[in-house]
Design a protein around this ligand. Structure first.
Ligand code: A3P
Length: 322
């Protein structure tokens, strides 16, 4: 049966009937919409987003592959862009009392999650507005592509992204659905069947754009942030035309931002220990280990070999590798 969900409009339900579908990770089905796999509610929200969103030149977009460091990059971007407004990083900073996803809302889960008849008025939001999205570059509304707004993208090595996704979804999946076994999830991932996947199409879309328009799209990787977050944060600030000054650097602003947004700090905040994201899941699930390479503890050698092959084949010749 098709999704019997009263929050879906008639038009969405009709559209779903026409789309290829497969078993989903945390919904009965995911649908192939505009070339990527997507859950019914997200499809509806993305259509509203595409129809109504008007970008401003000052907008900043944090675009990510799910489970690639979205929460971290949103926090770093928010703290950097608003550092003159919120200049204490230890007292009264919004990141101490709000989860990064509340401060940098997703288009598809938050901003446009209501029905089409309740389109939000975003015109008087504090500027620069910062939004988050998992939508592939090709499906962003043309107003984002045409305006001078900036897009910061992050992805992560597919082995760890897969593992982080599998563990996260196991925790937040509705109890009414049977658990997705690691092997089955892995097989789906390698075929590209995961929310906003295939992962290679997602990465390549932003990768190509970052090469063609380096002032428009900044391409980051989780592993690079883990290795040298200072260097990457400076790149972010320069890209957003708000580079850190020498005075800021010597007075410790960069270090303060990094500390505020660190895994250890964020994980221990009350809001992240006990709060919930859009009443859907507990914030604590967003903070698991925050390490590079944990997937070796879960993937068998033959699984690792298979995914290595998929990555090689799909990214071959692009200049992008893991
Ligand atoms: P693990 O599951 O490997 O621990 P997203 O924010 O896109 O959902 O990504 C979640 C991943 O980022 C999780 O990885 C999570 O632990 C890690 N993460 C969350 N906050 C982080 C932070 N401040 N610094 C580094 N990693 C963080």
């Amino acid at each position: 049966a098709i999704e019997e969900d009263e929050k879906l409009s008639q038009a969405t339900k009709e559209l779903l009937l026409s789309l290829p579908r497969e078993k989903g990770w945390r919904t009965p089905y995911v649908y192939l919409f505009q070339g990527f796999w997507c859950q019914p509610h997200e499809i509806q929200a993305i259509i509203t987003f595409q129809k109504h969103f008007q970008a401003k030149d000052s907008d900043v977009l944090v675009a990510t592959v799910p489970k690639s460091g979205t929460t971290w990059l949103k926090a770093l971007t928010f703290a950097t862009v608003n550092r003159h407004h919120f200049s204490s990083f230890t007292k009264n900073h919004p990141l101490l009392t709000f989860n990064p996803h509340d401060l940098v809302p997703f288009f598809e889960y938050t901003v446009y999650a209501q029905n089409d008849d309740k389109v939000p008025d975003l015109s008087d939001m504090h500027e620069p507005r910062i939004f988050g999205t998992h939508v592939p570059f090709a499906s962003l509304p043309s107003s984002i592509k045409e305006a001078n707004c900036k897009v910061i993208y992050i992805c992560r090595n597919p082995f760890d992204t897969f593992l982080s996704s599998w563990i996260f979804i196991k925790k937040i999946k509705p109890g009414s659905l049977p658990a997705l076994q690691l092997e089955e999830a892995f097989e789906m991932y390698c075929r590209g069947v995961i929310g906003f996947g295939p992962f290679w199409t997602h990465m390549l879309g932003y990768w190509k754009e970052s090469i063609e328009r380096p002032n428009k799209v900044l391409f980051l990787m989780y592993e690079d942030l883990k290795e040298d977050v200072t260097l990457q944060l400076k790149r972010v600030a320069e890209f957003l035309d708000c580079p850190f000054t020498l005075e800021e650097e010597s007075s410790g602003v960069i270090d303060d931002i990094i500390k505020l947004c660190s895994f250890e700090k964020m994980k221990e905040l009350e809001i992240n220990k006990y709060g919930t994201f859009a009443r859907n899941f507990e914030n604590k699930y967003l903070f698991r280990k925050g390490e590079v390479g944990d997937s070796v503890n879960y993937l068998s050698p033959s699984m690792a070999e298979k995914l290595t092959k998929v990555i090689k084949e799909k990214l071959d010749g692009s200049g992008l590798s893991f």
